[in-house]
Design a binder for this molecule. Structure first.
Ligand code: NAP
Length: 436
C-alpha cells in the first residue's frame, strides 16, 4: 500500500468528533477506499481543556491553526468550524498554504463560495462540501457526478431537519408551533437560537449550492425568495389534510419554462405536498431531495440531513475523494462556483402552480363573492373553497381557497390587493401546492 496521507481537522465539535471517530475506528476501511492509510496528524480547537466526545492523543490537539499551515506533510484539512468568521479566514489560509479543504459549513460557502472557490482554483486546490448540503445524503456527488448526463429539470428538497421535525410533531401531536419548538430544543433537535432553521435561511443557503451544481448558475442566497414556518398553525395543517396534503418547508429550484432555458425559478417556503408522496412521508428530522433529470426521470433521496455520524459520513467520504484525486477532478471539470458562470433568472414569479389561500374575513354576506371577484380579475380561477364556522372570540371566518395553476407573482399580487380591503380581519396566507 502507498505511503500514508496526513490530514488535519479544524473543529472537534459535533461533526469534527464524528469525523475523527470514523477516521480512527474505521481506519482499515478508510485506507482500503483511499488506497493508502489516512492518518489524523493535527486537530485544532478553540479550548483545549474542554471535555471531548473522542479521546484525542494530547500531542495532536492544538489551538494554533499555524501548526497545520506550517506543516507541508498535511495535504488535506477538514474545516469543521461553523459561522462566517474565523471560518472564512481559516479557509483562505489553508488554501493559500496549499491544502485541499473539506467542509460542512454551508453558511460559509453560501456567503463567500465564489471567492473561496476562485482562490482554490488559483492555488490549484479543491474544496469538497458534500456534508454542507443534506448531511449524510450524497446529493452533491449525485448531482455533480452521477447525474452529470442529465439536464436537471427540477429539485425539490426538505433540507432543514429542525423545521421538518417541528412540522411533523405539530401534526402528529396536535401541539402548536411554540410548544413543539421548545420540545425540539429540549431534545437537542433545535439550536438554542433556531432562527436560521425556522426562517428558511439554512435551507436557502443549501438551495443556493444545489442550484449552482444542477443549473450552473450562482444565485446569492439572500436573493432567493424565502419564507419560514413561523406562520404555520394547526388549523392550516388540518385544512391541508382535509384537502389531501401535508405542509413541508420545501426548497425548490425549477427550470422556468418561459425563460428560454436559461432561467431558474427558486424559492424556499412552506408548501402543500400531496399525502402519500415521498416528500409528504418524510418525517421528523429526516431530509429528502426529489430530482427530475431529463434522462433518468424522477429520483428520490432520503436520509439523515444532520447529526454527528451522518454528517461525518459525508466528511470522511470527501476526505477519501480528495486523497484519491476525485475531488480535484470534479472541482476542475464542473467549474465549481466560477464567478463568470452565466447568471440565471430566478424569480418565484416563474413558478406556475396551484395555491392554497387562507383569508380571515369578516362574517358578513357577500365577502366570498368579493374575494372570488378579485381573484377572477387577475385571471386566477378557483378549484375549491372551504369555509368553516366563525371564531366566536374574534368573529373572523377562515376562508380557504384552492386555486387552479397560476403564476405565483399574480397570486401574491392578488392576495396583497385583497389584504388592503375592509373585509380582511387577520394575516392572509398563500402556499404553493405540489401534487406529484
Ligand atoms: P460545533 O459542535 O459547535 O463545533 C465547532 C468546533 O469548532 C468546536 O470544536 C470549536 O472548538 C471549534 N472552533 C470554533 N471556533 C474556533 C476557533 N476560532 N479556532 C479553533 N477551533 C474553533 O459545530 P458542529 O455542529 O460540529 O458544526 C460544524 C459545521 O458543520 C458548521 O458549519 C455546521 O453548520 C456544519 N454542519 C453541522 C451539522 C450537525 O449536525 N451538527 C450537520 C451538517 C453541517 P471548541 O470545541 O474548543 O469550542
Amino acid at each position: 500500500m502507498a505511503e500514508h496521507v496526513r490530514v488535519g481537522i479544524v473543529g472537534l465539535g459535533t461533526v469534527g468528533s464524528g469525523a475523527y471517530r470514523l477516521l480512527v475506528d474505521s481506519a482499515a476501511h478508510v485506507a482500503r477506499h483511499a488506497g493508502r492509510p489516512v492518518v489524523v496528524e493535527r486537530v485544532v480547537v478553540r479550548d483545549p481543556h474542554r471535555p471531548r466526545a473522542v479521546a484525542v492523543p494530547p500531542g495532536l490537539l492544538t489551538t494554533d491553526i499555524g501548526a497545520i499551515l506550517r506543516d507541508p506533510s498535511i495535504s488535506v484539512v477538514a474545516l469543521l468550524v461553523g459561522g462566517l468568521e474565523p471560518a472564512r479566514s481559516m479557509m483562505v489560509a489553508l488554501l493559500e498554504s496549499g491544502k485541499d479543504v473539506v467542509t460542512a459549513n454551508k453558511a460559509l460557502l453560501a456567503e463567500y463560495g465564489p471567492e473561496l472557490f476562485d482562490l482554490a482554483r488559483r492555488h490549484g486546490r479543491s474544496i469538497a462540501f458534500e456534508a454542507a448540503v443534506a448531511g449524510g445524503i450524497p446529493i452533491v456527488a449525485a448531482i455533480g457526478e452521477c447525474l452529470a448526463a442529465n439536464r436537471i429539470e427540477s429539485i425539490r428538497g426538505i433540507l432543514n431537519g429542525t423545521s421538518n421535525f417541528i412540522l411533523s410533531r405539530m401534526e402528529e401531536e396536535g401541539a402548536d408551533y411554540t410548544e413543539v419548538l421548545r420540545l425540539a430544543q429540549a431534545e437537542g433537535y433545535a439550536e438554542a437560537d433556531p432562527a436560521m432553521d425556522v426562517d428558511g435561511t439554512d435551507a436557502t443557503q443549501k438551495l443556493a449550492l444545489l442550484t449552482h451544481l444542477a443549473f450552473g448558475t450562482w444565485v446569492p442566497w439572500a436573493q432567493i425568495p424565502r419564507r419560514g414556518i413561523e406562520g404555520i398553525d394547526l388549523d392550516l395543517m388540518a385544512t391541508a389534510r382535509e384537502l389531501g396534503y401535508r405542509i413541508r418547508l420545501l426548497a425548490i429550484a425549477a427550470r422556468a419554462p418561459g425563460a428560454g432555458g436559461g432561467g431558474v425559478a427558486l424559492r424556499v417556503a412552506p408548501t402543500l405536498v400531496r399525502l402519500g408522496t415521498p416528500l409528504a412521508e418524510t418525517r421528523g428530522a429526516y431530509n429528502a431531495v426529489s430530482i427530475v433529470g431529463d434522462a433518468v426521470g424522477r429520483m428520490f433521496f432520503h436520509g439523515l440531513g444532520a447529526g454527528q455520524m451522518p454528517t461525518a459520513s459525508a466528511v470522511v467520504a470527501d476526505i477519501i475523494d480528495t486523497v484519491v484525486g476525485r475531488a480535484a477532478i470534479t472541482f476542475r471539470t464542473t467549474g465549481m462556483l466560477e464567478t463568470d458562470a452565466p447568471a440565471g433568472r430566478r424569480l418565484e414569479a416563474g413558478m406556475v402552480e396551484r395555491h392554497l389561500l387562507r383569508f380571515l374575513v369578516a362574517d358578513r354576506p357577500g365577502v366570498l363573492a368579493r374575494i372570488a371577484g378579485s381573484l377572477g380579475e387577475q385571471g386566477i380561477s378557483i378549484a375549491s373553497v372551504i369555509q368553516h364556522e366563525a371564531d366566536n372570540a374574534t368573529g373572523a371566518v377562515p376562508l380557504v381557497i384552492m386555486t387552479h395553476r397560476s403564476p405565483a407573482a399574480t397570486v401574491s399580487a392578488a392576495v396583497d390587493a385583497i389584504d388592503r380591503t375592509d373585509v380582511i380581519r387577520g394575516r392572509s396566507l398563500c402556499l404553493g401546492v405540489v401534487d406529484d
